[in-house]
Design a protein. Structure first.
Lengths: 347, 347
């Protein structure tokens, strides 16, 4: 298996990417090559400073960088040789089986959509953010690949999330919920009400509508929503988790007795921080494109990059795209036979 | 000033409501009467057990209760004499200046919309949830009064939130943001893109699009979104805050040294818990209806009820509905003169 890694677009430069890739290679013997894409001289230097080496790392030069401030489509048009585009082309040409990238999320979605296209039967890709809950993780998708989704797109997200949870996260029968404003079948906006009707016909454990209250402690494995809602929820929760850790720190340092207590219990705080640390997961798969694409946080550290590579390898190993194509085809066929409106009208 | 209090629809029965009302009366000498609505004998008993008394409390009998399981509109039709409906009628008839209720949120919105109607110029009411941030609070609205909002509704939420933040929360010039998936003007779904164009014409400090990342530590005072998004974000964040406190507790009790540390620093945890405790605020105003309506959490305790009464009194004292009617009329007029499409098409 060959993985392309865009090394340049993240907030912390290429050193953390190179370090993370080397950590992943130590763990995963069946990776043939990692094609690390970016500025040749910077990458050479980063490899020199990494403190370890691996002959499976190969540098592919790309002279440009799509920055966080670049507009996705326009930026890709202007910077045809940015590391993201060059890495995506490796997947497109079959020179790599998958790509990981900590670049501009919009840029990754645009590059994948333009260069790889969506899988047969899938209209729109979805970002599957993996989030912590009481006793494991759940997937929230779409976490922002597109906005203004249609019911059919949400149905596809349910199918793709179910497959990813089974194959990559190892959940035997994922519990899939549709994010809404009440648990009854008739609750929600027009989009979710129609999506509810499509999802309940699927061959998966669809438990119906779920609310924001259910996310972090209700044993859900897959939570489906449109990209606008998913993006806002994900970022709001990240913001709250960060703020709560800050508030806790401020409280724990307000006075000598509290400080002493905090010192004694410091492992507890470290464990809590670790629990909500996005670097634990490392990346969110972009599901529904014709290739295996993992979007890393812009602020991903080496550990995040390593974890992203591990999940990416799982996705390739389990052929999840083949499973997605089969399941989506079946659902689309059912839809076509039962729909009162032509399916195309919803696409 | 006379306040109607629906005492029956909350999760904890009428005792906590009665206790909270008595606490509020101790603080607020200019409340003439609180008309506490519910089962006469239960209320009499609760008043007897309250440990204090106040002659300004008056019992209004209502034999029925709208439960959390009742469907709002259908429930109100079936239970015409439920405590919520009777309390709302007191406001409708002018026998009370405001109402607080811990009943079924959908029921409160429906009863207020049906009995009080919206303010002139306002198409839809919005729930203004007051949430904690680094150094104060922000308002998130609409937190779920309606779904499938239109751009014009979001504009009204911005106006109403600005007025509430100024008059009740005491913010001199509230920073108002529109919740979206990126900060650039062109980011968002169709709804927010159109709402952006309307909001930037308003006579308030509209800072443009904000993201989920900005909510808890970016000095925002008012965050505007449609009711579906607001409800999901609010409940997701409540769920995460609860889970994080649970995770922290579990970590702090895992081993004797951590336990000792936790005991020494217990005031810090209490302060953090207090910071994210919805009872601090007590209630969310339903803005845009022709009356002053405060929605309490179903699980509101006595302190929440007391705080809800205090905020309700502020809202009445500051005549916020008059301010809303004036500001909305001005904005609607501007819209009518600048709109290329007839305004009515968006209502």
């Amino acid at each position: 298996m060959r993985i392309a890694a865009d090394a340049m677009g993240g907030d912390h430069g290429c050193q953390v990417v190179v370090d993370g890739l080397l950590q992943a290679l130590e763990q995963l013997s069946h990776i043939e090559n990692i094609l690390v894409v970016g500025d040749k001289s910077q990458l050479g230097q980063a490899l020199g400073q990494a403190g370890k080496s691996d002959s499976r790392i190969e540098i592919i030069h790309a002279p440009e960088i799509l920055t966080m401030d670049d507009k996705p489509v326009e930026g890709l048009r202007r910077k045809k040789n940015c590391s993201l585009a060059v890495a995506m082309d490796l997947v497109k040409r079959g020179d790599a089986d998958a790509i990981i990238s900590p670049s501009n999320t919009g840029g990754i979605v645009a590059a994948a959509s333009i260069k790889l296209r969506t899988l047969p039967g899938v209209d729109r890709p979805g970002i599957a953010a993996v989030c912590p809950r009481n006793d494991g993780n759940f997937i929230l998708l779409d976490a922002g690949a597109s906005v203004d989704g249609k019911p059919r797109h949400l149905m596809h997200y349910a199918i793709m999330g179910d497959i990813y949870a089974r194959e990559v996260l190892g959940v035997s029968r994922p519990r899939v919920g549709l994010l809404s404003v009440g648990t009854e079948a008739n609750k929600g906006d027009e989009l979710t009400q129609e999506a509810f009707n499509l999802c309940r016909e699927l061959d998966l454990d669809f438990i119906g509508n779920v609310e924001g209250h259910d996310l972090f402690h209700n044993g859900l494995d897959v939570v489906v929503c449109n990209g606008f809602v998913g993006n806002v929820v994900l970022k709001s929760c990240e913001s709250l988790a960060t703020s709560m850790m800050d508030w806790l720190k401020a409280e724990l340092t307000a006075g000598p007795v509290r400080k002493l207590g905090a010192t004694l219990a410091k492992d507890a705080f470290r464990a809590l921080k670790n629990r909500v640390d996005p670097d634990n997961i490392g990346g969110a798969p972009l599901l529904g494109v014709n290739g295996t694409v993992t979007i890393c946080h812009g602020s991903a550290g080496a550990r995040a990059i390593r974890n992203a590579v591990c999940n990416t390898v799982e996705a390739v190993d389990h052929n999840i795209n083949e499973l997605i194509v089969d399941a989506v085809a079946k659902a689309n066929d059912n839809l076509a036979t039962t729909a009162t409106e032509p399916v195309a009208a919803e696409a």
